[in-house]
Design a protein around this ligand. Structure first.
Ligand code: GAL
Length: 673
């Protein structure tokens, strides 16, 4: 179908709108300004429980009726929230036991937000009541385009260690393990005399004098997510019933820098559309890489389907050590980077900057400076830009390779008493991702047990916990002709944090054709040099090395110094129709690049092109056409060769051959195909 044959809904543009913080006169100005900016969707009511239900069972919907009506009249759609992240003060007065308890036994207090024990029956009941009331009243309202359940499950706190949670944990464990015998075996309770003789003896892994049972902690992390998921499902099912046809979501925070307690592989299956919130690490001068990684991960947890960026910031946030403002053009670049990687729009926290409360120094679409400001001018320009891109909707981002990521493995690796505190799964994933970003490759993330057969290259940056099924899957992928690249300290334990039998890396030994005789964590500041022989660069590693024995693999780089000197460092194993690489050291990004160049040749990946560093090129494609996004994160003009002539959608210019992209700017070319 040609790109202009079907009328297409616009990309979403808007943000969290909190009219309850403002007198009604301001609402009229809000609506006029939203229209000026091209806003077409706002998230409403996220924190409004106390205003909507001022006393138990007594509702005040008048204000919400009015504002939804005004928005509807202005043609602005509503992502209506259930406010279940902020139970009112009256609720906690009646149910202080619903406040969550920390691992150390501190009961968190009311006075901020998100203080919820997800196992609390009183909370569940109250949450269902307000959700039902909202669903009944607005479920068929024509302005309601999306249900936004709760807010960012997992942040600021997910786990609760109270007695009610303990009871809930025990029933969750009974379902997972079936018998006490199996639980004792899975948790290895023979160690340190922790054997349980009755279910009632089992507690959450509260603060202990020394390291707590790691399998118990891992199960508790799983349980905590499932307890919250039960609450999400309850609200979602109610809304599906009361509001047929309207999609239900909850905003994720997939970036491992922002939320580390939720297994989004699991949660993505539960929402009608994946939505995500992302905030830059302001201090990081190349923070656009972390953004791209988060966007790729968001798209991937949803199986590649288009998703929606529900929150980011127009400029500074208030909760980092320094509220560093965005530079001119940065906000649009951030927004369009998310769009390039699959988002169907760009939304912000929040519409109008608050005057009161904890977030008053957070940037907004309408800043304290008002509309005679750079932010406002950029907000209106972005609205026009997104309007010009409507035709890209439903196209999908095209990836070059896959990277394996697993929250459970990360949780397990982060527990205490690992061989090195400094070897961090998140850091490894970020470094490998940065090396791939610098090669201008687009990454899909994949669960370790997912079908990988469509990818020429699969990178496993950190998979300490590798189930037997995942080990088989990765091996099968390579045998069938794939190129697998596995990084250090992967394949070590099973789902119960038990070391796989035999030499490390138990779950990946056969695939990699090596064994690891001993881990060799390095001293603080110590580095190792890797020698690849003639024609290969010398590489540097830090933090981690291993004594590796090849058992079928060939040595590509070996340790030139350090505790494993003379031994294999990077190996390559041919198996079946493919190859499996093992990188036993913790390499810096330039060194990872060299490994990728070598493994990429096996995978048939194109060599690094002539694109300048920090010029991001991403393709979205669908039956309506192919769209090339070029994001110039540098301050100087960049030239990019185009695979075909086309039309640049933000400027409307025809373009062929080479495209010049001004410093800090974005161009989106619809390729003539
Ligand atoms: C998000 C949250 C918003 C707001 C924002 C500030 O995590 O969902 O409500 O607090 O952070 O950056």
């Amino acid at each position: 179908m040609p790109h202009d044959a079907a009328p297409r809904a616009p990309l979403a543009y808007g943000g969290d709108y909190n009219p309850e913080q403002w007198p009604e006169e301001v609402w009229h100005e809000d609506i006029a300004l939203m229209r000026e900016a091209g806003v077409n969707l706002v998230s409403l009511g996220i924190f409004s429980w106390a205003k909507l239900e001022p006393r138990p069972g007594e509702y005040d919907f008048g204000w919400l009726d009015r504002i939804i009506g005004m928005l509807h009249e202005a043609g602005i759609r509503v992502a209506l929230a259930t406010p279940t992240v902020v139970p009112p003060a009256w609720f906690y007065r009646a149910h202080p036991e619903a406040l969550p308890v920390s691992r150390e036994g501190v009961r968190w207090e009311f006075g901020s937000r998100g203080a919820i024990c997800h196992s609390s029956p009183a909370y569940r009941e109250a949450a269902v009541r307000i959700t039902r009331a909202l669903g009944e009243r607005y479920g068929r309202h024509p302005a309601v385009a999306l249900w936004h359940v709760h807010n960012e499950y997992g942040v600021p706190v997910l786990e609760c260690y109270c007695e009610t949670s303990a009871e809930h944990f025990r029933s969750w464990l009974a379902e997972r393990h079936g018998t006490l015998e199996r639980l004792n075996d899975a948790w290895g309770t023979a160690f340190w005399g922790q054997v349980y003789g009755a279910w009632a003896e089992i507690r959450p892994p509260r603060a202990t004098p020394t390291t707590c049972n790691p399998a118990q902690r891992l199960d508790f992390a799983r349980f905590a997510g499932d307890a919250a998921l039960e609450n999400f499902r309850r609200e979602r099912d109610l809304l599906h019933h009361l509001s047929p046809g309207v999609p239900v979501t909850t905003n994720f925070m997939v970036s491992p820098t922002q939320c580390d307690t939720i297994d989004y592989w699991k949660w993505a299956r539960e929402v009608d559309i994946v939505t995500n919130d992302h905030y830059l690490v302001a201090e990081d001068e190349r923070n656009h890489i972390n953004l791209s990684m988060a966007a790729d991960l968001t798209r991937s947890v949803g199986g590649g389907r288009p998703w929606l960026l529900l929150e980011h910031s127009t400029s500074a946030v208030n909760w980092q050590p320094r509220g560093i403002a965005k530079l001119p053009g940065e906000m649009a670049r951030n927004s369009l980077a998310h769009v390039a990687r699959g988002s169907e729009g760009a939304m912000f926290f929040q519409w109008r900057a608050s005057r009161k409360g904890a977030e008053k120094f957070h940037s907004a679409m309408v800043p304290h400076a008002g509309t005679d400001s750079r932010i406002w001018r950029e907000v209106t320009a972005l609205g026009r830009g997104l309007a010009a891109l409507g035709e890209i909707r439903s196209t999908r981002t095209v990836a070059d390779l896959a990277m394996v990521w697993d929250w459970e493995s990360w949780w397990a690796q982060k527990l205490e008493w690992r061989p090195s505190d400094e070897l961090d799964a998140r850091e490894r994933a970020e470094s490998w991702y940065a090396a791939l970003f610098d090669r201008h490759l687009t990454v899909d993330f994949a669960h370790p047990e997912a079908d990988l057969s469509g990818y020429p290259l699969v990178v496993v940056p950190a998979l300490y916990l590798t189930t037997a099924a995942a080990g088989r899957n990765l091996r099968g992928y390579a045998e069938q002709g794939g190129t697998l690249v596995v990084s250090c300290f992967s394949g070590i334990v099973d789902e119960h944090d038990a070391v796989h039998p035999g030499p490390h890396p138990g779950a990946l030994r056969e695939a990699l054709g090596v064994t690891v005789e001993e881990f060799q964590p390095l001293r603080a500041g110590q580095t190792v040099t890797l020698d690849g022989g003639a024609g290969r660069p010398r590489l540097t590693g830090s933090v981690w090395a291993e004594t590796v024995v090849t058992r079928g693999a060939e040595t590509v780089w070996s340790y030139a110094d350090g505790p494993a000197a003379g031994g294999p460092a990077v190996t390559r194993h041919r198996l079946g129709r493919g190859t499996a690489w093992y990188v036993s050291a913790r390499l810096d990004v330039p060194a990872l690049d060299a490994v990728l160049a070598a493994a990429g040749a096996d995978a048939g990946l194109p060599p690094r092109g002539e694109l300048p560093r920090d010029v991001e090129v991403v393709l979205r494609a669908g039956e309506h056409g192919r769209y090339l996004f070029v994001l110039n994160h540098t301050g100087t003009e960049a030239e990019v060769g185009l695979p075909a002539p086309g039309t640049e959608l933000l400027t409307g210019h025809r373009t062929a051959g080479r495209l010049a992209v001004p410093g800090s700017a974005v161009r989106v070319v619809r390729l003539d195909d």
